[in-house]
Design a protein around this ligand. Structure first.
Ligand SMILES: [Zn+2]
Length: 212
């Protein structure tokens, strides 16, 4: 078990590569059994309880919560901590409020080989924002990360979710997994999504020099 370094009221776990991001999943955090069934509206759990859905009625993947136990899985995010950071605009590393000013919240966005006109406006973010200190540490600690990511400030709104999208298995009551997709709240397919990550859509975007 990694030892937490307590700063203020937030425990920050340290791994071999420095502080472990708040949103990172740990190897002891397991995906729990969740038997899916098909309903008239979409998908549900056969043994669903009130904690399986959020205020948007999204059905969430069940993952146990024990941060700091086992090894940090840097490439995976824990659904509950990712959701909390996205909803409240918390820094994905230290879980304190992300940096924010009149131009919006601070984000690091991965560069796109195929940018659309106006990019990154309308980008659907799954990586939560950052505070200035953690953003600077992230880009300095990893040259390839710095090369592939741009720092921006943007306003945003919670737009939907990313996860496993199902389709009807009619006449059986077993829905069929079609793949991993981002689905927005105004898309009826949202009822068929087993959500893993909350998305925010960026609106007004400004490029930022983190060293300025
Ligand atoms: Zn931070």
């Amino acid at each position: 078990m990694a030892s937490p370094v307590v700063k203020a009221d937030k425990p920050v776990f340290r791994g071999p590569r420095g502080p472990v991001p708040y949103v990172a999943r740990w190897s002891a955090e397991e995906v729990l059994p969740a038997p899916l069934v098909e309903t008239r509206q979409g998908i549900a759990y056969a043994d669903e309880s009130s904690v399986d859905r959020d205020g948007h009625r999204l059905l969430w993947t069940r993952v146990s919560s024990c941060p700091g136990v086992g090894e940090p899985l840097y490439r995976q995010m824990h659904p509950l901590r990712q959701r909390r950071a996205m909803r409240r605009l918390l820094c994905q590393v230290c879980a304190r409020p992300a940096d924010h000013n009149e131009d919006g919240t601070l984000w690091l966005i991965s560069d796109q080989p195929h940018r659309w006109p106006g990019w990154p406006r309308r980008a659907q973010m799954t990586q939560p924002p950052l505070c200035l200190r953690c953003a600077r540490i992230s880009v300095r600690a990893c040259p390839s990360f710095n090369r592939d990511h741009l720092a921006i400030r943007a306003h945003s709104f919670v737009s939907g979710a990313w996860g496993g999208l199902y389709a009807t298995g009619w006449p059986n009551r077993h829905p069929l997994l079609t793949g991993a997709h981002t689905v927005q709240f105004d898309d009826p397919r949202i009822q068929w999504l087993q959500a893993d990550q909350l998305t925010r859509e960026l609106t007004d975007c400004t490029y930022v020099d983190l060293d300025a």
